[in-house]
Design a binder for this molecule. Structure first.
Ligand code: IPM
Ligand code: MG
Length: 360
């Protein structure tokens, strides 16, 4: 098969981790007889430097014309980078939010798995990490608190800032359907996370999720308040299968979930629209402190590329092969700095990419 992949390397560690993911994709292409054509595009800080804006129409159009988008990370140090002296709508993050919206990527899938080989890197008590966990956070990505009306105004001489958490029934329904569909292919349990004891939007969320659940009689649905969910994630993560939640709650809980997998450098992510089209990126940020040092963990990006093979290209064997190659690298004791532990072999970002590509 021939697939056209839009590649956004982005800022910070983005170029390094994407280079490794492309290495692995090239190994897949060679082994399985596919052709992957890459179109490199700018977004985020590098686009601000080149074009004066974080996301250009050219990048959006090229992404739309591709079969899938592979992305590294965007943004810089928010206290020192000149990008953060710009108005909010011209900062790197506006590019990421803009492309999610422009491509209609409302469903963000973040699988959080504790690899048995990494249970030592999990900060939870051994009796909890020994049980392992394998969950998927389905984060709503184009609505909620991120995209509601926002403003800062002066009222009676005092500055007042407002963000709005708004959801329509149809926005909740479509993410609920994605969550239940995925649950049907997993352990058939959905935990819907909200704050229905306080928020109006959460009460609608709960109502619509409950309605959608009726079409999936095999799936067990539970509702959980977001504060309790944060607690349950560290108390007993094995209880979760699919967790579906509002944009901001999902942002926060997915960072928490990544930490208990050992490192945010392990957490892949797929952002999808109603079709098979998606943007694939690691859940972590641009890590400007280690950028350019060949130290970053490329595994989340490589696993994101595997999700692209699986979800956008229907290349199941190929995706399995990449995931198995990641497991093998860990089994063989190779670790980047973030997941390093005693007795293991410390490798650089590019060495990890080489090792995984070789065993695909
Ligand atoms: C993420 C990131 C982004 C988000 C930032 C960079 C805007 O934290 O993908 O989780 O908040 O969605
Ligand atoms: Mg985040």
């Amino acid at each position: 098969m021939t697939k056209n992949i839009a590649v956004i390397k982005g800022d910070g560690i983005g170029p390094e981790i994407i280079t490794e993911a492309m290495k692995v994709l090239d190994a897949v292409a060679e082994k399985y007889g596919h052709t992957f054509n890459y179109t490199q595009l700018l977004m985020g800080g590098c686009s601000i430097d080149a074009n004066g804006e974080p996301l250009t129409k050219e990048t959006i159009d090229a992404c739309k014309a591709s079969d899938a988008v592979l992305m590294g990370s965007i943004g810089g140090d928010t206290t020192t980078s000149p990008w953060y002296k710009l108005p909010p709508n011209l900062r790197p993050e506006a590019g990421l939010l803009g492309i999610r919206k422009a491509l209609g990527l409302f469903a963000n899938l973040r699988p959080c798995v504790l690899y048995p080989q990494l249970s030592g890197a999990c900060p939870l008590k051994k009796e909890i990490s020994d049980r392992g966990f394998d969950m998927l956070i389905m984060r709503e990505l184009t609505g909620g608190l991120y995209f509601g009306e926002k403003k800062t105004e002066t009222v009676d001489g005092m500055q007042v800032a407002t963000d709005t958490l708004v959801y329509s029934e149809s926005e909740i329904r479509r993410i609920a359907i994605k969550a239940f569909d995925v649950a049907m292919k997993r352990r058939k349990k959905v935990t819907s996370v909200d704050k229905a004891n306080v928020l109006e939007s959460s009460r609608l969320w709960r109502k619509v999720i409950t309605e959608v659940a009726k079409d999936y009689p095999e799936v067990t649905l539970e509702h959980m308040l977001v504060d309790n969910s944060a607690m349950q994630l560290v108390r007993d993560p094995a209880q979760f299968d699919v967790m579906v939640t509002e944009n901001m709650f999902g942002d926060i809980l997915s960072d928490e979930a990544s930490m208990i997998t050992g490192s945010i450098g392990m957490l892949a992510s797929a952002s999808m629209n109603e079709t098979k089209f998606g943007l694939y990126e690691p859940s972590g940020g641009s890590a400007p402190d280690i950028a350019g040092q060949n130290k970053a963990n490329p595994i989340a990006t490589i696993l994101s590329a595997a999700m692209m093979l699986r979800y956008s290209f229907d290349m199941t064997d190929e995706a399995d092969a990449v995931e198995a190659a990641v497991s093998k690298a860990l089994n063989d004791g190779y670790r980047t700095g973030d997941i390093m532990s005693e007795g293991m072999t410390k490798v650089s970002c590019s060495e990890m990419g080489d090792i995984i590509a070789k065993s695909v």
